[in-house]
Design a protein around this ligand. Structure first.
Ligand SMILES: Cc1cc2nc3c(=O)[nH]c(=O)nc-3n(C[C@H](O)[C@H](O)[C@H](O)COP(=O)(O)O)c2cc1C
Length: 492
């Protein structure tokens, strides 16, 4: 059964030895970040942490514990999504997309369970009293400073909510979006919404601003782990993240109506901040923020959300994360996306065998792709296809390799790529949109990209020299050495 909420996931992590409870009082300002950063840098991403006694900025103890690094290892990410191996989800998606109706009545009948599986994913609005609204703050009761929102790095512009599910609706088509966009707490009752210009929430806001209408927005913190993850997934704008979460958890997500607007929020959320943006109002300064690039992002202007209500469970856990020099928790969230989206990339670019975005490349800076090369220029076709696919369009450097190269191992990928290329022949530059966080580009969100064709070159591509073989020991010698290995006295 899927985790219904955050506490059940935390309990499972605890039972699996994946959680450390910290009873020592620790400040939400900088200290939790420093502890978590050290843990994130431990082999495999360290443990999840539950700070039971965070200290608020006014020096008092927070009534709510802080959970962090919950998704920060491959094992915990797999647990969050209820699988042994994150590639299992990709395989499930491949099966669903392969819905060619089979021959014969028995074949057709065997399709039914799979189709039903899709049909039962839509989220459902639940009646009764939702746990996420056990406590309600409105008017003068609203005080975000009572929530242990972390100030992460010394030069951050303030405290930031970093693991939210930001819920908005496309005003034209009514399709919901749930995006993970950090928000900066601005005092008691307003926040700055950092949805970057390429993201779906920002598109909804531009649409509302054009209409001159006030925009309701809900910021849910802590819910079932599949929903939290789905907010970070780069789904197309016409896919509701809660349907996707339902698919991942094989159970619909339960929702309830927010108390001040028409948006639905997770029934079991720990905390929900309900607010409104007035497009007529001036933008506010958001940032600076120690970002997942490992550098501070500059302050910039973003819309202010006026908080209309804060609702929560009677004993909520405040779920958060930190970003900074990689690897951090977001590497594992992004790693799940990498695995889950492989079959979707293959839909339009079937020659892709595998791909990987290593931690140092912070997702958009470096993508290794292996392809089943079938014709001259195939590597360029593949990189151009990727630059045309959703948020992959922001990729700064794409390195294309042949299918036998294990691109999930960056050392192997670089070793083969650097051997294979003639830089002047195999490197191409192009232009396009770049990530908001890219500080090296010539202009904000606009700059160049580099594609490296590191595949083996074919005669039709003008390569007439011999191509060398990779060195490998023969199997018989390996077997003989295996047999005597333990007698050689070589320590492990
Ligand atoms: C921990 C974390 C923090 C993030 N913060 C932001 C952010 O502040 N602004 C933003 O635009 N994207 C941020 N992202 C990336 C988006 O969540 C991601 O691009 C997602 O696909 C956006 O959803 P959308 O496609 O529905 O817009 C963050 C991702 C993670 C994992």
């Amino acid at each position: 059964m899927a985790f219904p909420d955050l506490p059940s996931f935390i309990a499972a992590l605890d039972a699996a030895g994946e959680l450390v409870r910290i009873t020592e009082p620790v400040r939400a300002k900088l200290e939790i970040c420093e502890i978590t950063d050290r843990v994130s840098k431990m082999p495999g991403g360290g443990k999840a942490l539950l700070f039971e006694h965070p200290i608020l900025d006014d020096g008092t103890r927070s009534a709510y514990p802080v959970a962090i690094n919950l998704f920060g290892s491959t094992r915990r990410m797999s647990m969050a999504l209820g699988v042994e191996d994150l590639d299992d989800i990709g395989r499930r998606i491949t099966q669903l997309m392969d819905l060619k109706v089979p021959e014969g009545i028995m074949g057709k009948l065997s399709m039914l369970p799979r189709l039903l599986e899709v049909a039962k994913f839509p989220p459902r609005r639940k009646g009764g009293s939702p746990p996420c609204q056990e406590v309600v703050w409105t008017g003068s009761q609203i005080d975000l400073r009572k929530i242990p929102v972390l100030t992460c790095w010394p030069e951050d512009g303030g405290p930031f909510i970093t693991l939210p599910m930001v819920i908005s609706k496309d005003p034209k088509r009514g399709i919901r979006n749930v995006g993970m966009y950090r928000v900066q707490a601005l005092g008691k009752d307003s926040v700055a919404m950092h949805w970057q210009r390429h993201k779906v929430g920002a598109a909804h806001w531009r649409e509302m601003a054009e209409r001159g209408e006030k925009m309701p927005v809900c910021i849910a913190i802590g819910a079932d782990p599949a929903s939290v993850y789905s907010a970070s997934a780069p789904l197309p704008p016409n896919v509701d993240e809660f349907i996707f979460a339902g698919f991942l958890r094989k159970e619909p997500v339960a929702l309830t109506k927010a108390i001040t607007c028409d948006l639905d929020v997770p029934w079991d959320a720990e905390i929900v901040i309900e607010g409104e943006i007035d497009p007529a109002e001036a933008l506010v300064v958001e940032g600076p923020f120690g970002d997942h690039t490992g550098f501070y992002s500059e302050a910039d202007l973003y819309p202010r959300v006026h908080v209309k209500a804060v609702t929560m469970k009677s004993n909520p856990v405040y779920a958060t994360t930190i970003v900074g020099r990689p690897p951090m928790e977001d590497f594992y969230l992004g790693g799940a996306t990498e695995r889950i989206f492989l079959p979707l990339l293959r839909l339009t670019t079937p020659e892709i065998v595998d791909y990987h975005m290593p931690a140092e490349g912070i997702f958009h800076n470096l993508v290794f792709v292996s392809i089943d090369k079938q014709y001259p220029g195939h590597a360029y076709k593949a990189m151009n296809a990727l630059w045309g696919a959703g948020l992959m369009s922001l990729a700064k450097v794409i390195v294309v390799l042949d299918k036998e190269v294990n691109v999930r191992n960056p050392q192997e990928a670089w070793w083969v790529a650097l051997n294979n290329i003639d830089p002047e022949r195999d490197v191409r530059f192009t232009m396009g949109p770049v990530d908001v966080l890219d500080h090296g580009s010539r202009a904000f969100t606009y700059g160049s990209k580099m594609g490296i064709d590191a595949t083996r070159k074919w005669p039709e591509e003008g390569f007439t020299r011999n191509w060398p073989k990779v060195i490998e020991m023969d199997d018989a010698t390996k077997a003989r050495v295996d047999a005597i290995w333990s007698r050689l006295g070589i320590p492990k």
